[in-house]
Design a protein around this ligand. Structure first.
Ligand code: BG6
Length: 483
C-alpha cells in the first residue's frame, strides 16, 4: 500500500568524502535500499572520491562491509549486492593539489544527471567547487549537495554561500537538513494542508501554545571535538528545530513547490522575535544512570557547551500573535522521542455541571519512534452515574494504520538523495533561509558568550534541567512527558 516506486533518471553521482563516515553509514546503504526497491536505473553510477589511492575493487569491498554493518536490507541476496556494486567506481582526487581530476572528468558521461555530494568539511567546499569548474566537470545542469553544519554563524554561512555561488546557481545547490526528509515531517504538511479540519483552527484564536521536543538518548561521545565547538543551539536548534517550527507556523503556500514553500518558511524565520534571555534554559548532562558526564564524553573538563536547550519564542505576525512556541532538545535524555504538540485553548464555557477539569484538545505529531498522530479528545466516561468527562487519544500510529509496508518507507537520506536526482528542491534549505536562521540564533549565542553563561547540569537519563520545567510552570503550562 505504501511504496509506489517511480524510477529516477540515470545519473552519475560523485561522493566526495566517499570513504567517510556519512557515506558508509547513510549515503551508500540508503542508495542500496533504493536500488533494491527498483528506483535506481541499472545504468546509473556512483563514484566514490577521496584522497586515498585505492583500486575500485578495494572501494567496493569497503562499501560491502558498510552495507552489511549499517543496514542494507536483510531480504536482499548476494546477486543484488553484486549488481549494486557493479554501479560503483572510485577515483582518488586531491581537492587542493589537483591530482585525479582528469581521471574524474574522463569518467563523466553526457546525457545523464550529474550530482556531486560534498560529504567533506566545509573548508573544502571552495576548493572542490573551483576544481569542478576548472576541469569543466560540472555543467550548468549539475547539482551539488552539501551537509550541515552550514556555517558556524551568519558571517561563515554567508561566506559559504558566496563560495558556492561563484560557480553554481541557487537552483543547483541542495543543502540537506535531514529532518525535512523524515516521513512524519512531511506528514505535518499533509495534515495541515490536506485536511479541512485543522487549518481553520491553526491560529492564535484557537491555539494556546505549541511544543516541539526532540529528545535523544545518545551522548556526544566520539563527536566531542565537533560538538563541543557547536552545542545544541548550533547543532539542532538553528536547523532541525527551526525547520520544524517553520513548517508548523508558515502560511499555506499556493502550491507544494520549492520556492513557494521556502518563501513561506523564510517569512516565519524573519518574523521570529528576538528571544528574552530569561526564556532560554541551557543544560549540560552530568553523569547519571545512563552514562558518563558531557565533559567526560567531550573530553573537555572545563566545557560550558550546552547539550540541552529549552526556549520560548514568539512569531510576530497576525496568525501567531501572543502564542508561545516552546522548543526543547537535548542529548542523554530519558528516551528517544520527538514530537510536535499543538495544544488548543480551553473551552470558553462548559455546560457540564461539576466538571471542573481542564479539557483540552491536543494534536500530537510523533516524529519518532512510533511515527503517527494522535488527537486528544474529550468524551463521556462510559457507564451510568452522570456526565463525567475524560480525555482520550484518537490514536493513529502509521505502522498500524498503513500496515507492515510502512517499514519500506525510505529513510530521510534515501528520500532526499532521490529528490536531488529528480531535481526537486522543496525539502532543501535555500541560502537565504540558512542565513536568516543564523541571524536569529547569533545574538542568542553571543549573549551567552558575553555573560559567560554556565549551563545547568542535568542527570543523564533524566528529562533535562529543573529550570526547563520552570520555564513552563511560570506560564501555567507543562511539558509533555518524554516517554
Ligand atoms: C544531527 C545532529 O544533525 O541530527 C546530531 O548533528 C543528532 O547531533 C542528529 O544526533 C539527530 O538526528 P535523528 O535523525 O537521529 O533524530
Amino acid at each position: 500500500m505504501v511504496s509506489r516506486v517511480i524510477p529516477v533518471d540515470p545519473f552519475d553521482l560523485v561522493i566526495f568524502g566517499g570513504t567517510g563516515d556519512l557515506a558508509r553509514r547513510k549515503i551508500i546503504p540508503g542508495l542500496f535500499r533504493r536500488f533494491l526497491s527498483g528506483q535506481l536505473p541499472a545504468d546509473s553510477r556512483i563514484i566514490g572520491a577521496a584522497r586515498s589511492s585505492m583500486e575500485p575493487a578495494e572501494y567496493k569491498s569497503l562499501l560491502e562491509e558498510a552495507i552489511k554493518e549499517f543496514g542494507g536490507d536483510e531480504k536482499s541476496g548476494a546477486d543484488e549486492l553484486a549488481a549494486f556494486l557493479n554501479m560503483i567506481d572510485y577515483v582518488a582526487v586531491d581537492a587542493v593539489a589537483g591530482d585525479g581530476w582528469d581521471h574524474l572528468k574522463s569518467l563523466m558521461r553526457d546525457g545523464v544527471v550529474r550530482a556531486f555530494y560534498f560529504s567533506v568539511a566545509p573548508s573544502l567546499f571552495g576548493a572542490l567547487a573551483d576544481k569542478l569548474h576548472e576541469y569543466a566537470i560540472a555543467t550548468s545542469e549539475s547539482r551539488i549537495v552539501v551537509e550541515k553544519p552550514f556555517g558556524h554563524d551568519l558571517p561563515t554561512a554567508r561566506a559559504l554561500n558566496a563560495i558556492l555561488a561563484k560557480h553554481f546557481d541557487e537552483r543547483q545547490i541542495y543543502r540537506i537538513d535531514h529532518y525535512l526528509g523524515k516521513e512524519t515531517v512531511q506528514n505535518l504538511m499533509a495534515i495541515r494542508f490536506g485536511n479541512v479540519l485543522f487549518e481553520p483552527l491553526w491560529n492564535s484564536h484557537y491555539v494556546d501554545h505549541i511544543q516541539v521536543t526532540v529528545a535523544e538518548t545518545v551522548g556526544v561521545g566520539g563527536r566531542g571535538s565537533y560538538y563541543d565547538n557547536s552545542g545544541a543551539m548550533r547543532d539542532m536548534v538553528q536547523n532541525h528545530l527551526m525547520q520544524l517550527l517553520c513548517l508548523i507556523a508558515m502560511e499555506p503556500p499556493n502550491k507544494f513547490g520549492a520556492d513557494e514553500v521556502r518563501d513561506e518558511k523564510l517569512k516565519v524565520i524573519r518574523a521570529l522575535q528576538p528571544v528574552d534571555p530569561h526564556h532560554i534554559v541551557r543544560g549540560q548532562y552530568d553523569a547519571g544512570s545512563e552514562g558518563p558526564s558531557y565533559r567526560e564524553d567531550a573530553e573537555n573538563a572545563r566545557s560550558f557547551t550546552e547539550s540541552f536547550i529549552a526556549m520560548k519564542c514568539h512569531i510576530n505576525n497576525w496568525r501567531w500573535a501572543g502564542v508561545p512556541f516552546y522548543l526543547r532538545t537535548g542529548k542523554r535524555l530519558r528516551s528517544r522521542s520527538s514530537e510536535i504538540a499543538v495544544v488548543f485553548k480551553d473551552l470558553g464555557h462548559s455546560i457540564f455541571e461539576g466538571d471542573e477539569a481542564r479539557h483540552r484538545n491536543i494534536l500530537s505529531i510523533r516524529l519518532q519512534p512510533n511515527e503517527g498522530i494522535d488527537l486528544q479528545m474529550t468524551i463521556k466516561e462510559p457507564g451510568p452515574g452522570g456526565m463525567r468527562l475524560i480525555d482520550v487519544p484518537l490514536d493513529m500510529t502509521f505502522a498500524d494504520a498503513l500496515g507492515a509496508d510502512v517499514d519500506d518507507v525510505p529513510d530521510a537520506y534515501e528520500r532526499l538523495i532521490m529528490d536531488v536526482i529528480r531535481g526537486n528542491q522543496t525539502l532543501f534549505m535555500r541560502g537565504d533561509e540558512v542565513e536568516a536562521a543564523w541571524e536569529w540564533t547569533d545574538p542568542i549565542i553571543k549573549g551567552w558568550e558575553i555573560r559567560n553563561d554556565v549551563p545547568k547540569l542535568y542527570e543523564a537519563g533524566s528529562a533535562g534541567p529543573e529550570d526547563s520545567m520552570m520555564l513552563m510552570h511560570r506560564d501555567g503550562r507543562k511539558w509533555r512527558e518524554i516517554r
